[in-house]
Ligand binder design. Structure first.
Ligand code: WTA
Length: 670
């Protein structure tokens, strides 16, 4: 039975065709941290009714403090301070505290390498908590030796190797603020980020393996360091040192006085490195993410609140037990990798699996081979990957023993019920609960999610809020809408791991998140709550695309396109895509005499890859003589979306500047 629900005010449509419910099995619930819906509801009610009491109790029992805090929450919209006056260090909580327990010799990180270019099975490394602690202290001393101090920014541009986690933790050890940039971003993106946060040190590798070829990371950094901004000044002028990990052995250039090898530097320092005493509110990291305007936003996260929330969500959402092997497949370049490959699992003394490469290299069973080999018990991945696995066929997972799995998770975009059911049946053998977790770079940790021993799940719904999280769905006026009506998803109350701002831009922080709905945090997502109060995320309602689980701003791609000398104007929209969720479609008008030829299409795609990175390459480029605009000059994106999706054009077009343009665009399929 399917019914379409439409909110008139916002035009948010959502399908109501899913009525299957999967209650937790008794067996799972029996040994889970949270064993019933009643238990969840009771704790949730407490967390909302007396948030400060709730969080204060948690912070006491979960974290190690050098100095206790004085005030649990100081809140003046939109600025939150949690555990004010307290001092702690993230690495004492993730590493040192485990050293005089049985966890000391437990695997902290199990790393599986991308199969080398010859397609042979990957290398493997295991770091126990004791070993990881040593590596972090050594590298922290290397950072110090090269001038990195408390508060300095360090840019990390590494492949998925244990050193990525080591570098992040080493920064946290000395109080430097890390900013990890995903290895798929271009030299230009690296330079822009360095410019924005004024990084003093860059940590990179000679190269990283990706599907059997080498990504030239160091070369990209070299290029980034000489790029100039619009005023002719070097974007990366703040960088004093580049520390280089040897990974692929590819040929690179080392600049005397600036570049140093990681392994050579390690030999020069001591393994003793006391942890800096950091304020609860000291920034732990900055992570850049796309917004609806051109420039990526540097999302800033704090020390204590972030750590507490990622620790708790990891334990309760994944029902973490002592002997679990936890595999979150995200790259550390994204927030999911920060919170659920590194900080959350390590704070809990868990074993976190890290994989360097692609899911289908050398063959489409790579993930299942890893699950089998390392007896992975919890798998956390993205719907786009699940849809790809479905397409590649059941024979690949069927070749392997997946019986070690006991819990599955998804994140990054709404999961279509068909993919949910496939994941449940084929990967989970019908016995594993699935946690569909909704959250964002800005929220730091999981916000809306089932608790696997407690919450009956419905395929496609992220279900109910985590403790202390107060989401609501509102209309244009910011008023709560009734059940089953679509609206904007907001968070009404502050929570410990909320972003503390956009780096260097407090005004933009207010504008983007706190003005749309007064007094509340605006997520940018559309949503609906069903009769049981379950949340169904519809997707972004601003101009941000979600391509294969990655947020990409349309404005960012547009400005990359118009920076090509042939392009006069560009408009970018999303089109639904079976595999990636959304595909990128660019409408481009070329300058004066330039003819639209297929070769230009390639040139522009490559240009976008150079400006932003391969993940932002448009799937389709359509040339147009002019773009449809309203009288006030606004590009009519709604129309372009319909055209891109191949729909007939519906709706009012009378405000179009040029009807011919529209007719031409719909026919122009070349
Ligand atoms: C989307 C990733 C539906 C959403 C952690 C959000 C989801 C954006 C889900 C954040 C989910 C994430 N169901 N949509 N379970 N999880 N999203 O910052 O649109 O890369 O706003 O953080 O992804 O993406 P980000």
């Amino acid at each position: 039975m399917s019914k379409i629900v439409k909110s008139k005010a916002l035009n948010i449509t959502s399908m109501l065709n899913e009525d299957r419910v999967f209650p937790p099995s008794q067996e799972f619930a029996k040994s889970a941290h949270i064993k019933s819906l009643q238990q969840y509801k009771k704790l949730y009610r407490e967390s909302i009714q007396s948030p400060e009491e709730f969080w204060s109790k948690q912070a006491h029992s979960e974290l190690l403090w050098f100095k206790p805090w004085k005030k649990t929450l100081q809140w003046k919209t939109p600025d939150a301070k949690w555990f004010v006056g307290g001092k702690l260090n993230v690495t004492t909580n993730c590493l040192d505290r485990h050293l005089d327990t049985g966890t000391a010799n437990k695997a902290a990180i199990i790393w599986e390498g991308e199969p080398a270019t010859d397609g042979k099975p990957g290398e493997e490394r295991v770091l126990t908590y004791r070993q990881l602690h040593r590596e972090v202290c050594l590298f922290a001393n290397v950072l110090k030796k090269h001038g990195a101090q408390k508060g300095d920014r360090v840019l990390i541009y590494l492949p998925m190797v244990p050193e990525a986690a080591i570098a992040m933790l080493a920064c946290a050890r000395i109080g430097a603020v890390h900013s990890v940039v995903f290895g798929g971003f271009s030299a230009q993106s690296v330079a822009d980020r360095i410019f924005d946060c004024k990084a003093k040190v860059v940590i990179t590798a000679d190269g990283g393996y990706r599907r059997g070829s080498v990504v030239p990371l160091k070369k990209n950094v070299d290029d980034a360091l000489v790029l100039e901004g619009p005023r002719g000044d070097r974007l990366a002028a703040s960088v004093e040192r580049v520390l280089v990990l040897k990974r692929c052995g590819n040929e690179i250039q080392m600049h005397e006085g600036r570049d140093l090898w990681w392994h050579e530097e390690l030999a020069t320092v001591s393994p003793q490195c006391p942890a800096e005493h950091m304020d609860s509110e000291a920034p732990l990291f900055i992570l850049y993410t796309s917004g609806s305007t051109g420039k990526p936003k540097g999302i800033a996260h704090s020390t204590a609140g972030y750590l507490l929330f990622t620790k708790m969500t990891t334990r309760y959402v994944f029902d973490l037990q002592d002997n679990d092997v936890f595999w979150c497949t995200a790259d550390v370049g994204w927030v999911t990798g920060h919170s659920y490959v590194v900080y959350g699992p390590l704070a809990n003394g868990a074993t976190s699996l890290m994989y360097e490469g692609a899911p289908n290299w050398p063959e489409p069973d790579r993930f299942w081979r890893i699950v089998d080999k390392h007896r992975v018990s919890i798998l956390y991945t993205a719907p786009t990957a699940i849809r790809a696995f479905m397409k590649w066929g059941d024979e690949w997972p069927k070749k392997h023993d997946l019986s070690s799995l006991r819990l599955l998770g998804t994140v990054g975009e709404p999961i279509n019920p068909e993919a949910w059911i496939w994941y449940h049946n084929v990967i989970g053998g019908k016995r594993c609960p699935i946690v569909d977790t909704w959250w964002q770079t800005e929220t730091g940790g999981i916000m809306i999610t089932p608790l696997p021993g407690a919450t009956p799940t419905k395929p496609g719904s992220a279900t109910l809020p985590f403790f202390g999280i107060h989401p609501e769905i509102v209309d244009e006026e910011g008023k709560a809408v009734p059940r089953n009506v679509g609206g904007k998803l907001v968070i009404r109350k502050p929570w410990p791991s909320m972003l503390r701002g956009i780096w260097g831009d407090p005004q933009r922080f207010r504008d983007v998140y706190w003005t749309e709905v007064k007094g509340s945090y605006f997520t940018g997502d559309g949503c609906r709550q069903d009769k049981d109060g379950y949340f169904w995320i519809v997707g972004r309602i601003d101009d941000v695309l979600n391509v294969a689980g990655h947020r990409i701003g349309t404005a960012e791609i547009e400005s990359a396109l118009v920076s090509n000398s042939k392009v006069a104007e560009a408009a970018v929209v999303g089109r639904p895509d079976d595999l990636k969720g959304q595909a990128i479609v660019a409408f481009v008008t070329l300058k004066g005499a330039i003819k639209a030829e297929p070769a230009i299409r390639n040139e522009l795609r490559n240009h976008v890859a150079k400006e932003i990175g391969p993940i932002a390459k448009p799937d389709d480029i359509r040339f147009a003589e002019a773009l449809p605009k309203t009288r006030s000059g606004k590009i009519m994106r709604r129309l372009l979306k319909q055209i891109a999706a191949g729909n007939e054009i519906i709706g009012d077009t009378t405000t179009l500047e040029d009807f011919n343009v529209l007719a031409h665009l719909s026919k122009n399929d070349e």
